[in-house]
Design a protein around this ligand. Structure first.
Ligand SMILES: C[S@@+](CC[C@H](N)C(=O)[O-])C[C@H]1O[C@@H](n2cnc3c(N)ncnc32)[C@H](O)[C@@H]1O
Length: 274
């Protein structure tokens, strides 16, 4: 059964309400394919039946499952490597120097999907900054999708996933093979924790972070939502902290963020007053 236009419009509005994601109308056909797994799991004969159930119980947990099923979870280890190179070669050495007194560093991989970004940060620290072994390090990975957070916390990846971005020496050193899968080693896991978190509705973190990765997620939000999320990010970042966006994303120039251009990548430093 093909979805009626009013059902598609209903789903689009539901997704915007629950995740802030503004789905392009040219992608309407994706509702049918992306919701297949959910309708099978919940025993609905078709997506139209799922929509009927949603309409009869507005605000139910089923809404959240639909919004989560419609997220794009594309990610990989060391995705857009220029950002990791910039951290390793210049941003982190300077930050470590500034934090020498408190010996604490906090990282937030906001919208971490299945966790590869979070573990890439952990690996970067373990491999290149052994002096941090005696520091207090916290790497928080968060995502809207409960399914993605469960995958991230499990830390198990297929051959294809580890082949995407993880150099062979790191695979052997930091992952343990278990059948067809590879499991993240305890040394990397120790620094990481994961939480489900909706960037559009959650307050700022209690403890400000030193580095926030907010990559490849802002593009799904309409301008007003993007601005609200950036306010929360600003409040969650230390005054001398570092914000890193996706390679194809940039902030409109405003009074709250200063873009710092380097030959490899751009990063953003928070300006005061938010
Ligand atoms: C394309 S992935 C990006 C993953 C990773 N940051 C990277 O660049 O490889 C986008 C992620 O954003 C998450 N997301 C979408 N809307 C969100 C929201 N409102 N709050 C938190 N995460 C959200 C999705 O679940 C998805 O896992």
């Amino acid at each position: 059964m093909t979805l009626a236009a009013h059902d598609v419009a209903y789903l689009r509005a539901l997704v915007a309400r629950n995740s802030g994601n503004q789905l392009d109308t040219s992608h309407d056909y994706l509702f049918e394919s992306r919701l297949q797994r959910l309708i099978r799991a919940r025993g609905f004969p078709s997506v139209a039946h799922l929509v009927a159930a949603l309409r009869s119980a507005p605000g139910s947990s089923l809404e959240r499952s639909v919004a989560e099923a419609m997220t794009i979870n594309e990610t990989s280890f060391f995705r857009e490597p220029a950002a990791f190179d910039l951290l390793r070669d210049s941003l982190l050495p300077a930050l470590i120097e500034r934090r020498r007194g408190c010996r604490t560093l906090r990282f937030w991989s906001a919208a971490c999907s299945s966790g590869q970004e979070t573990y890439s940060l952990s690996l970067l620290l373990c491999e290149h900054f052994p002096q941090l072994a005696s520091w207090s390090i916290d790497i928080l990975g968060t995502d809207l999708s409960a399914g993605m957070i469960a995958r991230a916390a499990a830390g198990r990846y297929s051959r294809m996933e580890v082949d995407r971005g993880l150099p062979a020496p790191f695979l052997l050193k930091y992952m343990v093979q278990d059948g067809d899968e590879w499991e993240v080693s305890p040394v990397l896991r120790l620094l990481c924790r994961f939480q489900r978190r909706n960037l559009c509705t959650s307050p700022a973190l209690m403890q400000p972070c030193d580095v926030i990765f907010l990559r490849n997620v802002l593009l799904y939000f309409p301008p007003a939502t993007r601005d609200r999320v950036l306010q929360t990010i600003h409040r969650s970042l230390a005054p001398d902290g570092i914000l890193i966006l996706g390679a194809s994303e940039q902030l409109p120039s405003d009074a709250h963020w200063k873009p710092v251009l380097t030959p490899r990548a751009v990063w953003y430093c928070p300006l005061s007053g938010r």
